[in-house]
Design a binder for this molecule. Structure first.
Ligand SMILES: [Fe+2]
Ligand SMILES: [Fe+2]
Length: 286
């Protein structure tokens, strides 16, 4: 069967309009990213900037005073919190804030938020196990990998049945989206990440998470799509489109032998359950 080519110019135009209307990241977050990019960063200054955002300030303090870093005197200022948890962890908090801003405007937020949180946790675990990417970067990339779906899904929904049929036949999700909608969620996600001035490694991890070989640094997108695959197989974030095939070369990029996949799945399964339970707790406590 040949894939129908709909050349859906209307969808692309509509998505591009939404993209230009997308709010920039909060000034506080942008300013903090800017300061943190400086190797000689002044932590007190970052602390001052982030104190202006109550949600972010509270999250940093919550992390810093969590059991993971526990057993010491409580942190009461954001600057102390940053010193305790480290700059990488602070960046993860900032990226999470960016993701939740994006998700707050979406109707599909709970399903996608759950999927993203679990993929993030699994990507971090895979990074630690396979030594192919920085664990915190893997977490962030996992958290944001599908943000493009927020703009695209509304347009995809009427085509779900026909798209699912092609995915069942083994076509990649990207190819199918492109044919029906004229663009795909990874490309749109990459554009959002660029608009938010994310670092290139992260933009590419989002843009190429269904085609890692196209990235200048293929390990991170490969890791994300492998995590994505595990999480979809566990039924978290499944849409009527089903589970798209893993991009070819994913395991090769990760230097991982396919016969060890079952062994890896056993290690990953508890991580999926834990992250899913944590998501339930967050939702329940809202
Ligand atoms: Fe995706
Ligand atoms: Fe995904």
């Amino acid at each position: 069967m040949t894939i129908p080519s709909t050349q859906n110019v209307a969808v692309v135009e509509s998505v591009m309009r939404e993209l230009t209307r997308l709010r920039p990241l909060p000034a506080v977050v942008m300013q903090a990213f800017h300061l943190l990019a400086d190797p000689q960063v002044n932590i007190n200054r970052v602390g001052q900037v982030l104190t202006a955002d109550q949600v972010i300030a509270a999250q940093i303090l919550r992390h810093a005073n969590s059991a993971y870093y526990g057993g010491r005197t409580p942190c009461t200022t954001v600057a102390d919190g940053i010193v305790r948890i480290g700059i990488r962890q602070v960046k993860s908090v900032l990226y999470s804030a960016a993701a939740s801003q994006m998700l707050s405007v979406s109707q599909m937020k709970n399903d996608l938020f759950r999927h993203s949180q679990v993929v993030a946790a699994v990507a971090r675990r895979l990074a630690t196990l396979l030594h192919r990417a920085d664990p915190e970067e893997a977490f962030t990339a996992g958290l944001l990998h599908d943000i493009g779906k927020l703009l695209l899904d509304r347009h995809a929904r009427p085509h779900y049945r026909a798209m699912a049929e092609l995915i069942r036949q083994g076509y990649s999700l990207i190819r199918v989206e492109e044919k029906f909608l004229g663009t795909d969620h990874a490309t749109i996600g990459g554009l959002i990440a660029e608009r938010w001035q994310f670092p290139r490694v992260l933009v590419e991890a989002i843009r190429y998470h269904h085609a890692p070989t196209l990235s200048y640094q293929p390990q991170l997108p490969a890791l994300v799509v492998y995590a994505d695959h595990f999480v979809l197989q566990a039924g978290i974030g499944l849409t009527p489109l089903g589970i798209p095939p893993l991009p070819p070369d994913t395991l090769q990029i990760l230097g991982f032998k396919p016969e060890r996949a079952d062994f890896l799945a056993q290690i990953i399964q508890p991580e999926i359950e834990l992250a899913n339970d944590q998501f339930e707790d967050t939702i329940g406590s809202r």
